[in-house]
Design a protein around this ligand. Structure first.
Ligand code: ADP
Ligand code: ZN
Ligand code: ZN
Length: 678
């Protein structure tokens, strides 16, 4: 009695509860939250994947012994099916061909049907993870843990909810703790869900999971096509995959038998959905999911978010520390290079250039870190100071050398490079600032005999590009890596001994209250790439503000001191995480429409709850990038001591916005716990 399709619900009730919670917490339409949780094919009403199976017909079952003697291959096939049904592929693998199958079909002895790949149809293998239990769990031996690692592992409860923060610098052995925590979970036949910021960039992490365990690892990331994504999703749902690794939306992957959730690089802002109507934080949803599933959740970072540190302070999370790096490689040496009034060779100080030559001559590798967003190269008129700007956004265009065009990184507008200035007609157009491509050509000129590897969104778009680059870097030969923050994430570069940060100033003076935290995390992460092998690393930071207290704190003290300083600031200003924040964002064709709508929203809210130190309204004000893609962007912020006050107000506001005629003419969204104010 085989059902044509799997009738069990696609999502468990616990997962549906979680989605309901998320849609109400983030004030998002439930449909949009549900859509995030389902693979595209299922969202569009498509079927779960199925596989062709063969079985005996009633006639085939009644066949007398010794039949088909003159067709031994057919007889053998029949004998196989007498043992039980078999997939088409497994029959091909056993050497049967379509001719044999057809012959038996023609005799009405066998028939085929589509069996859902998913689901526990037919009663076989209710939990294939379990079915593998007789196969050794480990492919390679686990490492003997350090005292810190042992303590961290022991703190993870075998079952039941508990949130733990594993704080340890890059190389301190966090991943080894994840692996051994997962080992315990798999040994009990349960599954592990691992969330990471960006998979395509960290193939090494993936390899470590699959080379440790004799179990299926399902990977969910943006590079998959719809079919692959559905397959990985089903493998998680059926328990076929023992380990599920994925980026943001993977937090909603159904699991047959969850045992632990791990969020690596928990501070990373890519865990927050910044677009659309469902602006969830995968880290925070993961914590709530662990509560719903009643399993432990482990957050790991070298630079924990202030949110998580605050939760540790209040004893909501358990704090675990891994001190020091494994293998004795010590903390890098930080040096600040004052670049005020220096003649810079295209952004590089003399000190940076000589440090680079030294390391390269010693046979080491160098990493040059550029924050492209902040100082991408733009076109400037030497005569009048005109700069090439996007016609649709309040942003400068960026020059891309390879395609010889000017591009807007905010709306993807492209145009050719003008021969003369748009404003004065002058012919002396200069390229100003440092993008990665410009950095690459500068370095080629400075170090003509050294390979330069540029790593950014453009250079890694090609398939396998990243793994090719990694192979070249891992060869260990002297080279210079130039890249954006992509380079700060999770890579192991044992032969890099010097990191040069061309300009650290952007993060110090940003309108976004989180910018200093981001800068500190970024610089610490980048610095963590240096000196992982036998050599002590150097980190050289160029700045116009070398006496800035934050920069000094960051370079002279452990990250935790820096974080503590920021926490005190946030506390004084009553900003997150010591208070709760939400933004109402509006995008409209005119600035006036956007501002008026938000002013009306503010008046409405104030009628409900008057402003006070416990509930502050900020704005409406224009977003730092006021105009994007020909739309004006405004924000109204609300900061509340009490979370329930905030949610009460947001409920009222969203009902009002849904009904309001003016609001229908604009795009609006609610952003709870906003991460990016741009
Ligand atoms: P993190 O995830 O904190 O960056 P990893 O777990 O990747 O740290 O560990 C850094 C390096 O140290 C890796 O090469 C890893 O194999 C090694 N390592 C980690 N723990 C141990 C251990 N207990 N004994 C020996 N080597 C270890
Ligand atoms: Zn001009
Ligand atoms: Zn633009």
């Amino acid at each position: 009695d085989f059902g044509p399709a799997d009738n069990s619900p696609l999502l468990t009730s616990r997962l549906l509860d979680l989605l309901e919670w998320a849609s109400s917490y983030y004030h998002a339409p439930p449909g949009e939250a549900l859509a995030t949780a389902l693979p595209t094919i299922l969202r569009n009403g498509g079927p779960l994947p199925s596989e062709k199976y063969w079985r005996l017909t009633t006639r085939g079952m009644g066949l007398p012994e010794g039949a088909l003697q003159r067709a031994p291959k057919q007889a053998a096939l029949l004998a196989v099916l007498q043992q039980g049904e078999a997939s088409h592929q497994s029959l091909l693998d056993q050497g049967f061909g379509s001719a044999h199958l057809k012959a038996l079909v023609d005799k009405s002895l066998i028939e085929n049907y589509q069996r859902p790949l998913d689901g526990n149809q037919g009663g076989t293998n209710p939990n294939p993870n379990q079915a593998l239990a007789d196969k050794a769990l480990l492919k390679e031996a686990a490492l003997a843990l350090s005292a810190d690692q042992r303590q961290a592992l022991a703190a993870i409860p075998p079952q039941g909810y508990q949130c733990l923060l594993l704080d340890g610098e890059t190389g301190s052995g966090k991943t080894e703790v994840y692996l051994q925590a997962i080992e315990k979970v798999l040994a009990r036949g349960k599954q592990a869900l691992v969330l990471v910021p960006e998979i395509s960039l960290t193939p090494q992490t993936l390899t470590r999971f699959s080379s440790r365990f004799n179990r299926t690892v399902a990977v969910l990331h943006s590079g998959l096509n719809d079919k692959q994504r559905l397959q990985a999703w089903c493998a998680a749902r059926t328990g076929n995959a023992a380990i599920v690794i994925g980026t943001r939306s993977a937090v909603f992957t159904p699991l047959l038998n969850p045992g632990i959730i791990i969020v690596d690089e928990e501070h990373d802002s890519s865990f927050k959905q910044q677009e659309g109507g469902f602006r969830y934080s995968a880290r925070d949803v993961a914590i709530m999911r662990a509560r719903h599933e009643d399993v432990p959740v482990l957050l790991g970072s070298a630079t924990p978010s202030l949110e998580s540190l605050y939760n540790c302070e209040r004893e909501r999370f358990q704090y675990l520390k891994l001190s020091g790096r494994h293998g004795g490689a010590s903390q890098p040496n930080w040096e600040l290079v004052d670049i005020r009034r220096l003649q810079l060779g295209a952004g590089f100080s003399g000190a940076a250039i000589s440090a680079m030559s030294e390391e390269l001559n010693a046979g080491h590798q160098v990493l040059v870190f550029l924050n492209r967003r902040g100082f991408a190269s733009t076109l400037l008129c030497h005569d009048c100071g005109w700069t090439a700007e996007c016609k649709r956004c309040d942003a400068r265009l960026t020059y891309h050398q390879q395609s010889a065009c000017l591009c807007c990184h905010h709306c993807d507008y492209r145009q050719g490079v003008p021969a003369t200035c748009d404003a004065c007609g002058g012919g002396q157009l200069l390229y100003l600032g440092q993008g990665t491509q410009r950095g690459e050509s500068t370095l080629e000129a400075l170090f003509p005999d050294t390979p330069i590897i540029r790593i950014d969104r453009d250079s890694t778009r090609r398939k396998h590009a990243m793994s090719d680059y990694m192979a070249e870097i891992n060869s260990g030969k002297p080279c210079i890596l130039v890249g954006t923050q992509m380079l700060a994430k999770g890579h192991h570069f044992p032969n890099i001994t010097l990191v040069v940060v061309l300009d650290a100033d952007n993060g110090l003076f940003s309108p976004d209250f989180r910018a200093t935290e981001r800068l500190g995390q970024l610089l610490t992460q980048v610095a963590g790439r240096a000196g992982r092998g036998d050599h002590r690393g150097r980190v050289l930071i160029q700045s116009h503000h070398c006496d800035h207290p934050l920069l000094n704190l960051l370079t002279q003290k452990p990250y935790s001191d820096f974080a503590q300083h920021l926490m005190t600031e946030r506390q004084l200003n009553a900003m997150p995480p010591t208070a709760n924040m939400a933004l109402i964002r509006v995008e409209a064709a005119s600035a006036r429409d956007a501002e008026q709508l938000l002013s009306a929203a503010r008046r409405l809210c104030q009628q409900k709850i008057a402003p006070s130190p416990a509930l502050r309204y900020i704005g409406p004000f224009p977003a730092p990038l006021e105009r994007r893609n020909q739309r004006y962007r405004y924000q109204l912020a609300m900061v509340a001591r009490d979370r329930s006050t905030l949610h009460h107000l947001l409920n009222q506001t969203s009902h009002w916005l849904e009904a309001d005629k003016q609001a229908r003419k604009v795009r609006w969204s609610i952003d709870v716990d906003p991460q990016d104010m741009s």
